[in-house]
Write a protein that binds this ligand. Sequence first.
Ligand code: UDP
Length: 326
Amino acid sequence: MKILVVGGAGYIGSHMVKQLAKAGNDVITLDNLSYGYRDAVKYGEFVEGDLGDDSVLDSIFRSGDIDAVMHFAGFIQVGESVIKPAMYYHNNVVNTFTLLDAMLRHDIKNFIFSSTAAIFGEPDYTPIDEKHNKHPINPYGHSKLMIEQVLDDYDTAYGLRSTCLRYFNAAGADPDGELGERHVPETHLIPLILQAASGRREDIKVFGDDYATDDGTCVRDYIHINDLCDAHSLALQKMMKEDKSARYNLGNGKGFSVKQVIDVAKEVSGNDFKVSIEPRRAGDPAVLVADATLAKEELNWQPQFADLKDIVKTAWDWETGFLAKQ
Ligand code: UDP
């Protein structure tokens, strides 16, 4: 297949490009490099450009034969979305419309969309399945839910098939050591903890220890990047075979508190480091854990990195390998 990966120079996109190319697909990455890295695109063709730019999209789609589009080019920081909602709605909603319109102009009808656990907001129950009510509590979650709703309508009206994958907490790195997480600024828990473990950061700040959880810190469901990519590949195959849209929650179904993740990182790295307790971060629900039964049943998806220690180990290898040399 020929697949356009929008945001293929970013963390999840770059791992996806590698997996698709290794599986024999023809891959084109479109990325404006605002957050991505040119050297993270190690496979296929690279086009520097914006998903909100009609002319770039037209020229890619005109070149012909694109079977499907995967869209990873969303802004992802919950806290930032609370402070700068316009930026989030513009990139995550308006620019995605531009991409979808271009797809329709060129009659490309298969779309895989990076969605998020943030569309569910504060959970009514846990683990969260696909039937759970959707009531986001921050602009990031709203922006992703808006596109999910648009995609429902585009399916009905235009026959544009979509699979929305709601990631819980993507983590870890390519086990080959070629790719990993490189956000600037880094805001995610595991890379920040590992920076503290390797001495690149003075301490790790825990955002709130007064939540209604066992140890008072937030609980999240961490899922390895390769497992996430596997689910995309399986979802794409199924969607194209059955000509049907779908929505899946993706996680391991196990929650770990911030303090537990810190303990695992200390064990994996063999290093101790300073932990400071800070106030809560805006927009953080206390517990987010996935019920991924549907993905397992319908996609035959089976995560290979079900143990948090294994996930953290791949991230630690990236921290002490590639990142230490930067
Ligand atoms: N977190 C923290 N300290 C940090 C970064 C994150 O305590 O320096 C917490 C954050 O409040 C959340 C969890 O770790 O409860 C995971 O946050 P992350 O930003 O990695 O992912 P999110 O759940 O926001 O997608």
